[in-house]
Design a protein around this ligand. Structure first.
Ligand code: IMP
Ligand code: MG
Length: 181
């Protein structure tokens, strides 16, 4: 995105969760993940690109053995047709028999992550758990729920902490909502 446009967008945006709130939620979610997975030697899969900040800050807080890899999936076709996804990059590491923790930025309608989970299960994962940093309160019935959630966000377009607006501002340490007009 054009630099001036990006700056204007941020200047007009509303702060939803400060950096301090984000970091405290991160600590709490890491602790819940630890309780659940410390003895599972999980395969952690970062969903690119949005999951990169959450995952990058989460991993150093997990003080137990893990394997790490990433996947990149995009949704195509109408959502009503079962949420087919196309893999831009499937995980290289075998998921067969593994406890897999999928890490992403946001659960919105849940179509993408539901399809990712289904694929990983089909590939032989023993168990697929889902960690999202944010869960959008959109009032919709989601085809999947997250096992671990950092924070909820309102039903608005949000950005920062991995989430982009037209490619910009994934790098922000806090979470903002775009101005509503
Ligand atoms: P869904 O859950 O299948 O609807 O799609 C989730 C994906 O859409 C996320 O991984 C994000 O990449 C993107 N997304 C959904 N809502 C937002 C938002 O408010 N800001 C930025 N990206 C979003
Ligand atoms: Mg995404």
């Amino acid at each position: 995105m054009d630099e001036n446009k990006a700056r204007k967008l941020l200047a007009e945006a509303e702060l939803i969760h400060s950096e301090a709130t984000v970091q405290s939620a991160l600590t709490q979610v890491a602790s819940r993940i630890r309780t659940r997975l410390a003895d599972k030697n999980p395969l952690v899969l970062c969903v690119m690109t949005g999951g990169v900040i959450f995952c990058g800050q989460l991993l150093p807080k997990l003080d137990f053995p893990i394997d790490f890899d990433y996947l990149h999936a995009t949704r195509y076709g109408p959502e009503t047709q079962g949420g087919k996804i196309s893999w831009r990059m499937a995980p290289w590491t075998s998921v067969k028999g593994r406890t897999v923790l999928v890490v992403d930025d946001i659960l919105d309608e849940g179509v993408t992550l539901a399809a990712v989970k289904e694929s990983l299960t089909r590939l032989g994962a023993a168990e697929v758990l889902l960690a999202v940093f944010t869960d959008k309160l959109n009032g919709k019935t989601k085809p999947i729920s997250a096992d671990f959630v950092g924070l909820t966000v309102p039903d608005r377009f949000v950005f920062g902490y991995g989430m982009d607006v037209d490619g910009a501002w994934r790098n922000l340490p806090a979470i903002y909502a775009m101005k509503e007009d």
